[in-house]
Design a protein around this ligand. Structure first.
Ligand code: ADP
Length: 453
């Protein structure tokens, strides 16, 4: 009883002080401990908006998902953290539980043993008993020879002083193919900052934004991060649905705070993922409120005064450009839609080459793998590589030494991975190009949707 009174007091305190992060975290954790999973989930999500990518909060949210039996979302929450070097080993154990829940015992074992090798105190005997007993007694003491060689598949941005602000470590050199897309971004974003005199001579100012659109996984986020790296600008990345998930009234405050953070860190690339989430919400019950958020977003985009957004480059991404409000595309806003296409054969080989750069390779026929992965986008290719690496990690732990990847490994993994929805995406795009293109907005897609998918 008194426990619940304590919880009630905490709830009330969090309601009165919604921006108090430690308070919200405490509440979320207590809700989790007491098994109020749905409420804990909402609290962890709210806390994550206040402190994106916070490993403790992410771990809490992932734990909620695992306990709810939602293993896919748990892995999705953990994935970005697992890819960063120095990720807390207990997150690896959590990922192992989720992988096991998905039936991937091999992946779960590899994750679990890697985590325990890095920190024996995170061991979970119950979980270990359900995994393949592949670990030899020497592994926990040994510095897990295979793990570091495979540990960091993704270019991992390191955060700078302000939380939520990254210093991207990748540049356009890390983005395979997409030459016309890169050129468009250079013109729009980079040259104005690199050669301001030239631009002001033509009466143009730096700033404004670009709408990146294309099938999911084709590399929009990767490209935005690389643009920041190319420019030496800070990178702030926001999932719009995170902001909108907040309690009514907080969304506007979050948007303002996000833009302000970008302004404090200029030059800055401010990246909004899933920008169509704004439009998608229009049909829901809180329509008036949604309208308010859209207006707030547009007002921030326009800037309160002439110079407010000087040096702030807004990139927004969407898989569903047709849902994005036309008001977003007015001059000075996200006025340049840029199509991020699925990779062709040469681009797939180039992406694979980039993804394999830091991996131990025996021999690798990238062209052969590219030929075997028609309709795969960058994210799918990364999935292929991750799968091959997991299998190799498994073998390496057994052997006690890193075993390099081969063409055969990637071809095998490719057979097990289904490409995501490029074909469906192209079918939808074709409908818009053929039947809703009066303004010519989708002309750029014409040659693509006419291709064979
Ligand atoms: P999107 O934002 O379009 O859904 P992402 O940018 O998240 O896709 O792409 C997923 C992953 O695929 C990236 O993290 C990156 O590792 C890889 N990737 C995608 N496109 C490329 C590319 N052109 N060059 C190198 N890697 C790529």
């Amino acid at each position: 009883m008194s426990d619940d009174a304590g919880l009630q007091a905490l709830r009330e305190a969090a309601r009165l002080s919604p921006d108090n992060l430690p308070l919200r975290q405490l509440l979320a954790q207590q809700l989790l401990d007491k098994g109020y999973l749905a409420e804990a989930e909402a609290e962890f999500r709210a806390a994550l908006v206040l402190s994106p990518k916070n490993p403790d909060i992410t771990a809490g949210l992932a734990e909620v998902f695992v306990r709810q039996g939602q293993h896919g979302p748990a892995l999705a929450a953990l994935e970005p953290l697992l890819a960063t070097p120095g990720c807390p080993p207990r997150l690896g154990v959590l990922a192992a539980r989720a992988l096991l829940g998905e039936g991937d015992t091999a992946g779960a074992s590899a994750r679990y043993h890697d985590a325990v090798a890095r920190d024996p105190s995170v061991a979970d005997p119950d979980l270990a008993a359900r995994l393949t007993p592949l670990v030899t007694p020497s592994i926990p003491q040994a510095p897990a020879p295979a793990a570091p060689a495979y540990a960091a598949p993704a270019p991992s941005p390191s955060s700078s002083s302000e939380e939520g602000v990254e210093r991207a470590k990748i540049t356009f050199a890390d983005v395979a193919g997409m030459d016309t897309v890169k050129e468009a971004l250079r013109m729009k974003l980079l040259l104005p900052l690199q050669q301001p005199e030239l631009f002001s001579a033509f009466g143009k100012r730096a700033g404004g934004g670009v709408l990146l659109y294309g099938p999911p996984g084709a590399g929009k986020t990767h490209l935005a991060r690389a643009a920041a790296g190319e420019l030496g600008a800070a990178f702030v990345s926001v999932g719009l649905s995170d902001i909108l998930d907040m309690y009514i009234g907080s969304s506007e405050r979050n948007l303002r705070a996000t833009f302000d953070m970008a302004r404090r860190n200029r030059p800055c690339v401010l990246f909004f993922d899933e920008v169509d989430a704004l439009a998608a919400r229009r049909s829901d019950m809180r329509q008036a409120h949604t309208r308010q958020i859209v207006n707030q977003f547009l007002a921030e985009l326009d800037g309160v005064d002439q110079d407010a957004n000087e040096g702030v480059l807004v990139l927004a991404a969407t898989n569903a450009p047709w849902y994005v409000d036309a008001a977003f595309r007015r001059p000075g806003r996200l006025d340049q839609p840029v199509f991020v296409p699925p990779p062709d054969l040469a681009a797939r080989a180039a992406i694979l080459r980039i993804l394999c750069r830091d991996k131990p390779l025996a021999e690798m026929d990238f062209d052969a793998v590219a030929r075997a992965t028609e309709h795969f986008v960058g994210a799918d290719l990364k999935g292929v590589l991750d799968r091959a690496v997991e299998a190799k990690l498994h073998e390496s732990i057994k052997a006690g030494r890193p075993i390099p990847l081969t063409t055969h490994d990637l071809l095998n993994a490719a057979r097990a991975v289904r490409p995501t929805a490029v074909r469906e995406w192209m079918a939808t795009a074709r409908n818009y190009v053929m039947h809703a293109n009066d303004s010519g907005a989708w002309d750029e897609l014409m040659p693509w949707v006419k291709g064979k998918w």
